[in-house]
Design a binder for this molecule. Structure first.
Ligand SMILES: C[S@@+](CC[C@H](N)C(=O)[O-])C[C@H]1O[C@@H](n2cnc3c(N)ncnc32)[C@H](O)[C@@H]1O
Length: 164
């Protein structure tokens, strides 16, 4: 999600447990330092690959909301293995969300947004993208990448999906 936004969200919702993923060790260390500075106890961070760590730490049917913001699209064929979204990853999100749980996805890469929308909407467990779900997700502040988009006047593509 982005460390600052994640910490802010954890402060806004002390009743929730948030789990964040960032594979860059340096970024994860800075993230942990911020969590400690703010004395947050409802925010955990892992430097493991979310695709492989999520099923090891979260039982199925327990997640209320996934925020997935600006994942790298990895277009080149030789990098495709690094891409977060694939049919098995959507299976994982579907398995881990509670019925009625939400997936909130943002990207500044239009084609990646469309690919994610296709993958999620073709999966029988999710209803079609519905912007009115923004109210249920609640307030979020722009991430680091989103601030960059705002400064450079680049559009951001947001998608909201609900687990059936
Ligand atoms: C383009 S950056 C966006 C960061 C932040 N969400 C933002 O909006 O500013 C994508 C981040 O996702 C992390 N990442 C990519 N694949 C990941 C994975 N499978 N598990 C955890 N983190 C991942 C990368 O290390 C990178 O820092």
């Amino acid at each position: 999600m982005g460390a600052a936004i994640f910490c802010w969200r954890a402060q806004q919702h002390p009743e929730r447990l948030l789990i964040g993923y960032e594979t860059k060790t340096k970024a994860t260390r800075l993230f942990l330092a911020r969590i400690e500075r703010l004395h947050l106890t409802n925010l955990w961070v892992s430097d493991d690959d979310a695709r492989f760590n999520l099923p090891r730490v979260i039982p199925d049917g327990r997640v209320d909301l996934f925020h997935i913001f600006f994942p790298d699209p990895w277009w080149k064929e030789q990098h495709r293995v690094k891409r977060l979204f694939s049919p098995p990853f959507v299976d994982l999100l579907a398995a881990q969300l509670k019925p009625g749980g939400l997936l909130y996805f943002k990207s500044d890469v239009q084609e990646y947004g469309e690919l994610v929308r296709d993958l999620v909407e073709q999966h029988g467990a999710f209803a079609a993208h519905d912007p009115s779900l923004a109210a249920e997700v609640g307030a979020t502040a722009p991430t680091h990448r989103e601030q960059w988009c705002q400064r450079h006047q680049k559009p951001v593509f947001s998608y909201y999906f609900q687990r059936r």
